[in-house]
Design a binder for this molecule. Structure first.
Ligand code: SF4
Length: 415
């Protein structure tokens, strides 16, 4: 197979700093047939600290790596090193381990390389620029996309209106430039993006083609942005219903499926049912979802200020732009959504992250979120991005009620 050419989002760095977070916490490493055979052939013994009878366990219709009693992967040493890597080198590890936290999505003539923000190095933008690491990643990209058709159609910009990659990228570029702007707070830029896409929806598809397409997109965006700037963006209050929908989405993204949860399915189901009720009413206490998202009264979360400093905006802008530029918010990268719906999902994600930052802050006894709270919120919300339930049902309700932009803008965001 011809190796693909890759492109990376601007301004995003990442290198592995060996924290081994991804090997702890009871997360699931699923194995394909080749992974399984390779690990069996490595002939691990108890003398090396690995029980060959429990190193691979059934999972659904396939298999996954086993875990130690504390939830760490069976191959992780007490010093936080991977035994497979140490003995056989990086290529001998399961594909999922080699890929994490990188993502590869078809983007027309190229493959977009992204990074998952549940990795601490990614959220802190530590390491080398992703764009400087593309050459060694080409083989990995080929493995990641194995089984995918050679050419994947572009996600539509609007549902039900197929479009070519070239036109898709035109709109994506303009939207990305809008989000990258520094002329207004991020919440305003997001709401302007919703307005601009809504205006573009009424433009005939033909106008997005050909020589004057960029001019047509620019003119539509400018018109919509002028109208949005004239509206009172600062006085938006979200409705009770939209805050309930938001809390449901917070729970959806904050929960983690760990080995321990899978081992006690009945108990976990009850826990989730109770948590859903707690988040529905927004009264009493939040459930304890671990790692800083402990059980606190909802009213304590409400008391935490909704901090929107330049630093917060910078991190969230980088996060949302990586999702946009790497086509990880639509098409095969995200529930098959159109770009417009994928962008709406990002606006909802922005509101979810702010809620989670306040929860993390409240659980630590703070009344003002700090960077550590925002980073924890981004990591938690991104962990399930694309793996959880399709958010379209929630988005449809929010859009119908005109509530999505208000959720992004609402500064009080009480439960
Ligand atoms: S196999 Fe190695 S890299 Fe993969 S989860 Fe286990 S310890 Fe970590």
């Amino acid at each position: 197979m011809k190796l693909p050419s890759l492109e990376a989002p601007s301004g995003q760095n990442w290198s592995c700093h060996g924290c081994s977070n991804c090997c702890r916490g009871g997360l699931l490493i699923t194995l394909d047939g080749a992974d399984r055979q390779r690990i069996v052939d490595q002939k691990w013994t108890p003398a090396e600290g690995v029980d060959p009878d429990s190193m691979i366990v059934p999972h659904g219709r396939g298999f996954r790596l086993g875990h130690q009693a504390d939830g760490a992967c069976v191959f992780l040493t007490a010093e936080g090193r991977c035994r497979i890597h140490a003995r056989f080198g990086e290529p001998a590890k399961p594909l999922a381990c080699r890929l994490y936290p990188l993502t590869f999505h078809p983007a027309g003539p190229r493959i977009a390389v992204g990074v998952r923000f549940d990795c601490p190095s990614a959220v802190q933008n530590r390491g080398a620029a992703l764009s400087a690491q593309l050459e060694p990643l080409r083989h990995l990209a080929t493995s990641a996309l194995q089984g995918m058709p050679a050419s994947v159609p572009a996600p539509p910009v609007f549902s039900g209106r197929p479009i070519e990659w070239q036109e898709f990228h035109r709109v994506l570029r303009r939207l990305d430039a809008l989000i990258a702007g520094t002329d207004a707070p991020l919440a305003h830029r997001l709401v302007r993006g919703l307005h601009a896409l809504a205006a573009l929806e009424s433009v005939p598809l033909d106008a997005l083609n050909g020589r004057d397409a960029d001019l047509a997109i620019e003119a539509t965006f400018r018109q919509a942005l002028t109208a949005a700037a004239a509206s009172t963006l600062d006085n938006a209050n979200s409705s009770l219903m939209s805050r309930i929908l938001l809390r449901q989405q917070v729970l959806e993204l904050a929960r983690r499926t760990t080995v321990r949860n899978l081992e006690q399915p009945q108990r976990y189901r009850w826990f989730l049912l109770k948590a859903a009720f707690q988040f529905l009413t927004g009264t009493g206490r939040t459930p304890d979802l671990g790692e800083g998202f402990g059980s606190v009264p909802f009213r304590t979360v409400n008391r935490v200020a909704d901090s929107r400093t330049g630093e917060f905006d910078a991190l969230l802008t980088r996060y949302l732009r990586v999702k946009l530029q790497t086509v990880s918010c639509c098409g095969v990268g995200f529930h098959g959504l159109s770009l417009q719906n994928g962008f709406r999902a990002l606006v909802l994600q922005y509101a979810v992250i702010r809620w989670l930052a306040r929860w993390h802050s409240a659980a630590a006894g703070r009344t003002q979120p700090e960077t550590v709270d925002l980073e924890a919120a981004v990591r938690r919300a991104d962990h399930n991005w694309g793996h959880g339930r399709n958010p379209m049902a929630v988005l449809r309700l929010l859009v119908q009620r005109g509530d999505l932009g208000r959720l992004a803008l609402d500064k009080r965001m009480r439960s």
